[in-house]
Design a protein around this ligand. Sequence first.
Ligand code: UDX
Length: 428
Amino acid sequence: MGSNVAIIGTGYVGLTTGACLAHLGHTVVCADVVPEKVAALNAGEVPILEAGLDELVREGVKSGQLSFVLGAENAVADAEFVYLCVPTPQGGDGAADLSYIEQAAHQISAHLQPEAVVINKSTVPVGSTRVVERALGRSDIAVVSNPEFLREGSAVHDFLNPDRVVIGADDQAAAIRVAGLYLGLAAPLQVTDPASAETIKYASNAFLATKISFVNAIAAVCEAVGADVNDVVLGMGYDKRIGNAFLRPGPGWGGSCFPKDSHALVKIAEDAGYDFGLLRGVIDVNREQFERVADKIEKMAGGSLEGRTVALWGLTFKARTDDLRDSPSIEIAGVLKSRGARVVGFDPSSPSAHDSRLAGIEVVDDPYAAATGAAVLAVLTEWDEFKWLDFDKVAEVMDAPRVVDARNLLDRSALVRRGFAYDGIGRH
Ligand code: UDX
């Protein structure tokens, strides 16, 4: 028997949560503040690139299990559960900005059914459950933390096949009710207090970012000592305590979560009286990685980028997403431009050349056009399609065949046979 659920915010977390809960048999009403977006979603048009999401949205809209309305106050009238999936952007001092969460809570408070449960799905600082309780100002409404662990590009898969469902609640009855929403999923269910649930989210993301910064630092050591990071990571990964997931060296981590959450956790710890030096180091290594990739490109161009053209393949923060938020590619492009380079970029997700975050990058819609006349080609995201391009043609159109493969994606020996100068990350 399905429940009545409302979702406030239809970004990749809210839309994925709504579509998947409808798929599990619940009746879901999603609210957004942008009229065009609400209309498009009710027509089954999904504005974000997430594997399987458009099918689920169309399935839910067609069956009537899923609908979209304008304004949070219009979504909650029948809701037994209300998910808050609104942005919690990074504030100036690193702390998460909770203004959208508080605004949503104020908007829905008077319209909530008695005994409805409000669920914090957005990544929120430890203690935010109290913030929402205060904003709601209703003693009959329980607030529960239910953090999301969705990776962009595999959000639907991750929602329907979670490693765990975490519920943080002071009110055990509310926790059990929320757990009932996930009965269709075969996953461990952990019920804990709100602060622990909120900390699990930050600690998990910070640990994953730590793994990546660690392997990027090890890659720098490999280059210095003449080791090959691919073999080092393979050898490390056989140790089950280490594993090989999230140990792929690259241009640094980015996206809508790791940068925001790592800074937020440093701030949360600092405000609580602990100086999280280790995590600050992880953030520093990540910033250094952008410079290291730019140094590789400059060295490959002969030592100066003044007036040279650099082609970037990959502008999003990783492959199989269209998200440019905190993209290492954009950071690296900024460093290259500061050193006098002309930067031409291509991305298979076809980002708009007018997107302000791409200012200063000449965005083209063809990988060979990007490489034309380029002194160096830099591969910055691991889109599979880059592997199958015609590198004889790439060599022809470039100023000279030189590639910095910041994802160790390409076949180095095949490129060297074609006359390319090749540099990867952690390769010698
Ligand atoms: C992350 C967490 O994985 C997810 O659980 C959380 O809910 C949201 O944040 P996401 O930001 O979508 O998900 O992307 P993810 O796949 O985790 O990658 C984050 C960054 O790390 C990307 O820039 C990616 O390119 C980079 N990365 C990832 C590496 O450089 N090496 C790796 O081995 C893995």
